[in-house]
Design a protein around this ligand. Structure first.
Ligand code: ZN
Length: 278
């Protein structure tokens, strides 16, 4: 399956990072995805996980008031109705003061109209996003391009396995990973747009036109600094209505990058060791 690496191990957890997964509405199968994320985080021994489930779509959201300040890490698995103003304010306060955030897959579709949320995710897609939401960011000849020309934000071709290329080897999340590896069967987001402020692209994948892509190297893993907060954004890990979810379940590529990004967002360090096999 994956070439060149396997068998990651964990440092002693001391103590586990208090983590909140936010979910409850999504155009994806959030009932499965948040359980899979919780399992991955918990089994690492590094995280102690609670889940905040929002009211269903269209229901009264006023009771949805997670206590973000009680956590060091918030994992966003939410794409749905607007949160109450007080919840938005509490989330921004949490990030501003140094809280860690993981933006997972379609969480980058959410809240197009919320300016600060888009600064926190760095890049977003769908929901009518276009050039007014920020540049389309991609790579060409090894360099980051910020394209302000008109066009839609957010698309993907058909699911397939593809090569992920590291663009920032020195970042703690990527340090020690192979230069490239083959990711599991997954969507490959493209044409993502956003403010892209204080953003560092960690890895890209070539979006082949033969699979309905752009013919460009698209950013899929990135970090953002906002206030004192650290944000890790993974566009990987599609979980749909199918009974199996190969982009997350048993997918070393997803699990390793997700756990490393989560630890870094919470603590600024990555203590997880990799064993590279040739
Ligand atoms: Zn998806």
């Amino acid at each position: 399956m994956l070439t060149g690496w396997c068998c990651f191990t964990f440092a002693q957890a001391s103590p586990p990072v208090k983590t909140l997964i936010v979910t409850g509405q999504n155009n994806h199968n959030w009932k499965d995805s948040h359980q899979l994320l919780r399992q991955i985080l918990t089994e690492s021994g590094l995280f102690q996980v609670d889940v905040a489930v929002s009211p269903a779509k269209g229901e009264d959201m006023s009771s949805f008031q997670p206590d973000f300040s009680a956590y060091r890490l918030v994992v966003l698995d939410y794409n749905g109705d607007a949160w109450p103003e007080s919840t938005n304010a509490a989330f921004l306060d949490y990030v501003r003061k140094g809280g860690g955030v993981v933006v997972y897959h379609a969480a980058d579709n959410a809240f197009r109209q919320w300016k600060e949320y888009n600064e926190i995710i760095g890049l977003g897609g769908w929901e009518g996003r276009n050039e007014t939401d920020g540049p389309y960011v991609y790579y060409r000849d090894g360099k980051e391009i910020r394209d302000n020309s008109p066009g839609p934000g957010g698309s993907h071709g058909k699911k397939h396995r593809y090569l992920i290329a590291v663009r920032n080897k020195k970042h703690p999340i990527m340090k020690g990973l192979p230069d490239t590896w083959t990711h599991c069967q997954d969507e490959l987001y493209d044409k993502m747009r956003g403010p892209a402020l204080n953003m560092t692209v960690l890895a890209t994948a070539y979006s082949d036109k033969s699979t309905g892509g752009t013919g460009r190297d698209e950013p899929l893993l990135l970090t953002v600094a906002w206030g004192k907060g650290r944000i890790f954004h993974t566009m990987l890990g599609h979980v749909g209505s199918e009974t199996t979810h190969p982009a997350v379940e048993g997918c070393t590529s997803f699990i390793v990058t997700f756990l490393r990004g989560a630890e870094w967002a919470a603590t600024g360090k990555v203590t997880q060791k990799l064993k590279i096999e040739n």
